[in-house]
Design a protein around this ligand. Structure first.
Ligand SMILES: Nc1ncnc2c1ncn2[C@@H]1O[C@H](COP(=O)(O)OP(=O)(O)O)[C@@H](O)[C@H]1O
Ligand SMILES: [Mg+2]
Length: 255
């Protein structure tokens, strides 16, 4: 199962969700593959020892047709990673938007021999270009993290319209799940945003919400996931619930 985590808004918890959903899968006995498709490379920097040469990053897949199998590195306590490189920023200008390039990641993932049915989580950059389109074309599910504030509702609307334009090209509906992040139960706004999202997107809004939580905020600086930092924290509980809900809905498989 391939899950892309995308929102064109920055700071909404895309990278945080890839990291901690990956860690939750690991604790459930799986070895997920995480892809860092953001030229900013935040996920790769949390790994701590990801190579910083372009030829060992996803850029080599785009530039030199290096197979994805060759770019995989281990990530203890998570699974595996294919790291980003800042050169990925060039992918848009080098490749434009022809149909072959839009399907490149899907084809590359399907050709992988080491993936063998394991879950794959794709961390996206915060804009629509070749990279994000590659992730959307490659995924079985799209998770859209929505930070719980009013402006995020506009971002959700924008993604929904983008998907409407893309679906005739992809020739299928992109199954999506909206995930409320940075949720603060003390604020009335949080419940308001949740209700408005539900009115618009019904049961595509996940029941799980990710609270605003200091353990989640601290853990990237320690190069840890939320479970390693504090498995008893509210943040760890929330990401555990997210995994349970995705498994229960069939958005992820337990194999
Ligand atoms: N639920 C949360 N509680 C507290 N801080 C969070 C939470 N989710 C994300 N953050 C913090 O917010 C910042 C942006 O999150 P990040 O996952 O990098 O967003 P994105 O990848 O969408 O740009 C990071 O410093 C991260 O640690
Ligand atoms: Mg990010």
């Amino acid at each position: 199962m391939r899950i892309a985590i995308f929102n064109q808004k920055g700071g909404v918890g895309k990278t945080t969700t890839v990291l901690n959903l990956g860690a939750a899968l690991n604790r459930a006995g799986q070895t997920p593959l995480l892809l860092d498709l953001d030229p900013q490379g935040h996920l790769s920097s949390i790994h701590g020892q990801a190579p910083n040469e372009a030829r060992r990053s996803l850029f080599a897949f785009y530039q030199d047709n290096t197979s994805l199998d060759e770019l995989v590195i281990d990530w203890p306590h998570i699974g595996q990673l294919i790291p980003a490189h800042q050169q990925l920023i060039k992918v848009d200008s080098i490749f434009g938007k022809g149909p072959a390039i839009l399907n490149k990641l899907r084809v590359g993932l399907e050709a992988m021999t080491v993936l063998a049915g394991r879950p794959c989580l794709i961390d996206c950059c915060p804009y629509i270009g070749v990279l994000a389109l590659n992730a959307i074309f490659a995924c079985d599910r799209l998770i859209v993290p929505i930070s719980t504030d009013y402006l995020s509702l506009q971002a959700a609307d924008q993604i929904t319209r983008t998907l409407q334009v893309l679906e005739p090209v992809i020739k299928r509906r992109v199954e999506r799940r909206y995930l409320l992040t940075r949720f603060d139960r003390r604020r009335k706004m949080s419940e308001d945003v949740r209700q408005k999202l539900r009115q618009c997107y019904g049961n595509e809004v996940l029941d799980t919400v990710i609270s605003e939580n200091v353990t989640i905020a601290e853990s990237p600086f320690l190069k840890q996931d939320v479970f390693r930092h504090n498995a008893a924290s509210a943040g760890a509980r929330d990401y555990q619930s997210l995994l349970a809900e995705l498994l229960a809905r069939g958005d992820l498989t337990a194999s």
